[in-house]
Each structure stands twice: as C-alpha cells, then as structure tokens.
Design a binder for this molecule. Structure first.
Ligand SMILES: Cc1ncc(C[n+]2csc(CCOP(=O)(O)OP(=O)(O)O)c2C)c(N)n1
Ligand code: SF4
Length: 255
C-alpha cells in the first residue's frame, strides 16, 4: 500500500495485523482505500461495518468510523446505521462464511430491499479464522477440515445468487487483478442501492495447503488460471448495474 494511504487511512497503532504471510486480505484493504481516495469521499461520511473472521478484522485497521460486529450480522448492523443516517456511505466487509452461511438470510433480504450499502465479500473459499472448515463457497471436491475427503456440496455462485435476490450492482474481481479490483469497488460506490463486489482471495494456510496449493504464489497463479477459464463462477467484471427503487428512499416517500 502507498505510504500516504497508510498514514491517511490506517490505524497504525493497531498494526501489525494478524494476517498470515501470503493472505490476500491486505490487498483488498489497499484496493478499497485506493477506490475511496480516488473518489475523494469525505472520511467522516464513511462507516465501515464488518462481521467476524480474518477478513472482518480489516475494519479494525481502517481509520474511519468502524464497527466490528458479530459473526454473520454485519448486514443488519449496516442496515440500521444506514437507516439512522442515510447520508453515510456504509461499507460492509465480510467473509464468504460470514456472508453466505450464518449471514446468508441477511444477504438475500438486503438484496431484496435494495438498501444502499456497499458490500465487499472476501471470498477465500473457507472459514479461515476458525481453522479451515467448509463454507457455502468452498468448491466441489475441495478438502477442508470438515470435508477431509473432498466437499460433496456444490458452492454458491454469489453473483447469481444476489442477482436473483435483487442486488443492483454486482461485480467480481480478484486480488491478482489489482487495478480491476480498484475499479470494481470504485464503480460500486456510484450505485444507489445494494452493491456487492465478490473478491477471490487466497488463504494459503487453511485452504491452499490442503488443496495442493501450498505457496501464496501458487494460489495467486491458480486464481489467474481460474479467471482465464472464463467459467461462470470465476468470470470477472460487472454483471449488473441498474437503477431500481432503493429501500430508504421508498420508505421516506411513503411516510
Ligand atoms: C455466532 C458465532 N458462530 C460462530 C463463530 C465462530 N466463527 C468465527 S469466524 C468464523 C468463520 C469465518 O469464516 P469467513 O467468514 O469465511 O471469514 P475468514 O476467516 O475466512 O476471513 C466462525 C465460524 C462466531 N464467532 N460466532
Ligand atoms: S488463516 Fe487464511 S484468511 Fe486467515 S489470515 Fe491466515 S491466510 Fe488469511
């Protein structure tokens, strides 16, 4: 991350961070602050909300108004904050487990309401913080501590899931495509409605070493290969960007 961004956007007193060497989480934080900086958004108009997990720790390191909430509950907290103060840009940082397992119901209803939030899903395909259990976004056949012989369940395609549920900005990028990632996040801020950016990111410690991807570089190469395969679940880009009635506007108009 650029030195000036560390001074401007991070809580240096909370560093060093807890993330393992080769974890992709720091790259996502860097892309997020770069997107915020490029849009010149007033720091006091931003609130960052996270759940629990390695990824959700990001909120603690960021020098904004932040709230590190409960596992799976970042979205209800964020919705409450946005309802109380619609002027705020509310950003949600969440892991694939946090967002689609325990928090999955909040996700689909947040999309259905089209409430104006910016959600960034750190998709490392696993529960990193708690020792590598299977998540709803663990690929078929992948080995985890709860699927030692290979995952027998299909994984969610979160972009399709949120499209069906009603989100109005949907994008996917990866930590191996940094400029693209900054762009996906930057564009999500222009949407007045529920925005979601899925970010494919490596967890070499809990996912990689169980799945023949022991080094961080092999994980990054694997992400690049998956993107090149152009299969539905690894395609990157914007999949939806539409203007539709937003929950708070509708609510206020109906009073
Ligand atoms: C109510 C509740 N259930 C379970 C947990 C334990 N827990 C903490 S983090 C986590 C999973 C984290 O996985 P993910 O959201 O994918 O984030 P990552 O650590 O991979 O970034 C779990 C199950 C908890 N803290 N609270
Ligand atoms: S366990 Fe995985 S997600 Fe958690 S900090 Fe380590 S590499 Fe990152």
């Amino acid at each position: 991350m650029k030195e000036e961004f560390i001074d401007k956007y991070l809580r240096k007193e909370h560093l060093p961070h807890i993330w393992c060497a080769g974890c992709g989480n720091g790259i996502i934080v860097s892309a997020l602050v770069e997107a915020i900086d490029s849009l010149n958004i007033d720091k006091d108009k931003i609130c960052i909300v996270s759940g629990i997990g390695c990824s959700s720790r990001a909120a603690q390191y960021m020098n904004f108004d932040t709230i590190h909430t409960l596992h799976g509950r970042a979205l209800p907290f964020a919705e409450g904050i946005k309802l109380a103060n619609p002027e705020l840009e509310v950003i949600v940082l969440t892991g694939d487990g946090d967002c689609t397992a325990i928090g999955g119901n909040h996700l689909i209803h947040g999309c259905r309401r089209n409430i104006d939030l910016n959600v960034i899903v750190f998709n490392n395909n696993i529960y990193g913080m708690t020792g590598g259990q299977c998540s709803p976004m663990t690929p078929l056949n992948a080995r985890t501590t709860t699927t030692e012989t290979g995952n027998t369940c299909r994984d969610f395609n979160i972009c399709k899931l949120t499209e069906a549920a009603g989100a109005t900005y949907i994008g996917r990028s990866t930590v191996a495509h940094y400029n693209h990632l900054v762009d996906m996040i930057r564009k999500s801020f222009n949407n007045k409605g529920f925005s979601i950016v899925e970010v494919l990111t490596p967890c070499p410690v809990q996912f990689g070493r169980r799945n023949s991807l022991k080094t961080p570089s092999s994980m990054i190469n694997d992400i690049k290969e998956k993107v090149k395969s152009n299969s539905d679940i690894y395609k990157i880009g914007i999949f939806k960007n539409t203007r539709e009635p937003e929950y708070i506007n509708e609510y206020i108009n109906n009073i």
